[in-house]
Ligand binder design. Sequence first.
Ligand code: SF4
Length: 307
Amino acid sequence: MAKEKYYKFSEYLKERFGCRVHKVSIDAGFSCPNKDGKLSKDGCIYCDNRAFSPNTRTPKTSIETQIESGIKIGRERYGAEKFIVYFQAYSNTYAPLDILKERYDVVRKFKDIVGISIGTRPDCVDEKILDLIDSYSKDYETWIEYGLQSIHDKTLKLINRHHTYEDFLKAVELAKKRNIKICAHIIIGLPNETKEEMLETAKALAHLKIDGVKIHPLHIVKGTKLEELFKKGKYKPLELDEYVNIATEFLEYLPSTTVIQRLTADCPKEFLVAPLWILEKNKVLNLIEKKLAEKGTHQGILCPAKA
Ligand code: SF4
């Protein structure tokens, strides 16, 4: 439950584990059906294609090496004592069960790992996959992170997601039957969405009582379809103040128990086309806190769902 203006992931981890916990992001070599040709080869319109090699992806360095180096950085730079391994790149449930198990099992080699978090598309899970993921919940805090982006199918179609809101609802139901926490990834500023439509996504997540949310501002990465639209004048990214206003209201609609795992985006300068305020991560976070303080409000104040 939030003690501050919004329920920060760092606060949650401290409460839950009693020490500093660092999330180690890895690329476990999985692919994505929206890029390898199963659903499409184009991917989502904002997704950067550069690092992608279809079908036969293997990690650039071993999963073990990536975890070792993430733990080292977490200890030295952030004073972390425990770690959550985040299977981040592409769709980390998109492979046969034996391969999934082999790659997830690497976490068992490290004694200070307390959690496992698996990022994927909502149409890339089924009962068997979630049973496998649930089997880790005996020993680890276990999260699944579903890329939803928006509850509006017209938007999902426009951004070439190749899944629907219904797919997300089914995936949520499957995870809720198990001991798996759910984090939804959403994007603010998607093409042709009004502020009201963006806030409808917050209200829907509130009703679903999702455990965690990652909120990202849409930004344009070089070489993407979104860059083409931007250059043709067919897409205009949000201004910083617009993002701050919408993100603040988004938080107001989410339950105070939903952990906010992210409130802005990371993009290396050399890949970013626009908006440039994305590079000022701390400024964005500070402005959202300032806005909440000025309004005298906080996460959950407008939550439509009963506790
Ligand atoms: S689902 Fe993820 S990895 Fe696949 S194309 Fe979309 S953003 Fe890229």
